[in-house]
Design a protein around this ligand. Structure first.
Ligand code: C2E
Ligand code: CA
Ligand code: CA
Length: 430
């Protein structure tokens, strides 16, 4: 066995016991110590033969626990608790565990128990602190802090509930928006940069409220991802796209539509099933629907690879969106089942109006080609950019130079007019 570490002592690398949490991709070991300076791992992450460890210092820098308090990760539906910081305490701290009631703070005879909400039902974070300790400290000269800390707490609490309220109201509104048909799907045409023929389009969402205001997907998509509302939204896009363009796709078997997937759409095999049902219903070939996945959707590589491969196996194309803005390296991408790489608009912007200053885009393109990945450029606004990209071997592109996002009717019109771009630039639907 070989170890590579930046620690002077390496004994902490040897994990002998089985992991505390085994995930589909990673294993986790949680370690504890009461010694503040002991150079032991607080958290160790493992995959295959590899382990990454954090030093306790990282945690203790941020969390200053009162004496005899303990921060614990609770597993197995409350049966097991592993202390992350502080000593191991008797578990469970109350009978029954989990306690009845939903209040996160529990006050027992001698302890304060705070259950931190986590999004994952598999584990919980629990902070246990002795009650007497806190109270004693408070009366030993710190009592005067009470009024000001109360005021601060009320202020922070108010702020938090206001933020939560805002978020909830946008979330509730979005729910209604979907029902009332305020969400629309537009299609931004994608062109062959050499022939200037339209080869397909990217489906892009719009939220048009009754008063006419337009909410950007960049605002409501991330929120919908957090609240879980993204699933019905993704389903809506797929359904709407086949309703609107099913006929066009059947009549033009070379044409394809590209759909943006959220990170959580990639983590479950659901999309494949939803899609298969719709494709059968509208008699459209799977190869006419492509899926765009951002690098954020690839955090759990094993799961993502499996689900993307399943999509490709039935004939869909898969492409990496916003390439270059995340953490993926090209070499890592090569191991993923993808067909295309979509270079983010930021790199196309850097190409400038004049081809003289070209930034990193040409390098990305060459490397992508070396890895046998096809490239699409997004956000092309100037003819010089299109020419340069084309000369670098980029086959496809989209951007305001060619067309804005169009309504279904406008897009159908573009295709049936002969797929050639007229002298007039196509404009966004009004
Ligand atoms: P994206 O996938 O990177 O989409 C490209 C964005 O760039 C779109 O913004 C498009 O309208 C815009 N764009 C295209 N060409 C040009 C150009 O030449 N110049 C400039 N300045 N912009 C251009 P949009 O439609 O506002 O979408 C923003 C983001 O919202 C998308 O980024 C995508 O991440 C997300 N999104 C949109 N629709 C959906 C959807 O149906 N599902 C999911 N999950 N995300 C979506
Ligand atoms: Ca996209
Ligand atoms: Ca982008």
């Amino acid at each position: 066995a070989q170890a590579c570490t930046n620690w002077p002592r390496q004994d902490n690398l040897a994990v002998m016991r089985p992991p505390d949490i085994s995930g589909p991709t990673y294993n986790y070991w949680l370690n504890t110590s009461t010694e503040p300076n002991e150079n032991r791992a607080a958290l160790m992450l493992g995959r295959g033969n590899f382990r990454v460890a954090t030093s306790r210092g990282h945690l203790t820098d941020m969390v200053d626990l009162p004496a005899n308090s303990s921060l614990m990760v609770v597993l197995d539906h409350g049966l097991r608790a592993i202390p992350v910081l502080g000593p191991a305490l008797e578990w469970p701290p109350t009978e029954p565990w989990p306690p009845a009631g939903r209040s996160p703070l529990l006050v027992t005879q001698d302890q304060l128990i705070y259950r931190m909400p986590t999004r994952n039902p598999e584990y919980q974070l629990v902070l246990v602190t002795p009650r007497t300790n806190m109270q004693r400290e408070m009366f030993e000269g710190w009592w005067w802090l009470l009024p000001s800390s109360l005021a601060l707490a009320i202020f922070i609490g108010g702020l938090a509930s206001q933020l939560a309220g805002q978020r909830q109201s946008l979330g509730a509104e979005l729910q209604g928006a979907l029902r009332r048909g305020e969400l629309q799907v537009l299609y931004q045409p994608i062109f062959d940069l050499r022939t200037r023929q339209c080869v397909g389009a990217e489906a892009l969402l719009r939220w048009r409220r009754p008063d006419g205001t337009l909410t950007s997907p960049e605002l409501f998509i991330p929120m919908a991802e957090n609240t879980g509302q993204i699933r019905p939204i993704t389903d809506f896009v797929l359904q709407r796209l086949l309703e609107q363009l099913g006929h066009l796709l059947r009549a033009n078997p070379q044409l394809y539509i590209s759909v943006n997937l959220a990170a959580c759409d990639v983590m479950v095999p659901r999309i494949g099933k939803v899609m298969a049902r719709l494709l059968a219903l509208h008699r459209v070939a799977a190869r006419q629907i492509a899926f765009e996945v951002t690098e954020r959707g690839l955090i759990d590589v094993v799961v993502a690879r499996h689900n993307l491969q399943a999509l490709r196996d039935v004939g869909h194309q898969v492409l990496i969106d916003d390439f270059g803005t995340g953490y993926c390296s090209l070499a890592y991408l090569q191991t993923l089942p993808v067909d295309y790489l979509k270079i983010d608009k930021a790199f196309i912007d850097a190409l400038g109006h004049d081809a003289a200053s070209s930034g990193v885009a040409p390098h990305i393109i060459r490397m992508a080609h070396a890895l046998e990945l096809k490239v699409i450029a997004e956000g092309i606004e100037f003819e010089d950019q299109a020419l340069l990209l084309s000369s670098e071997g980029v086959r496809f592109g989209q951007g305001w130079l060619f067309a804005h996002a169009l309504s279904a009717v406008q897009f159908i019109d573009l295709i049936t007019r002969g797929r050639r771009l007229g002298p007039r630039r196509l404009d966004d639907e009004v």
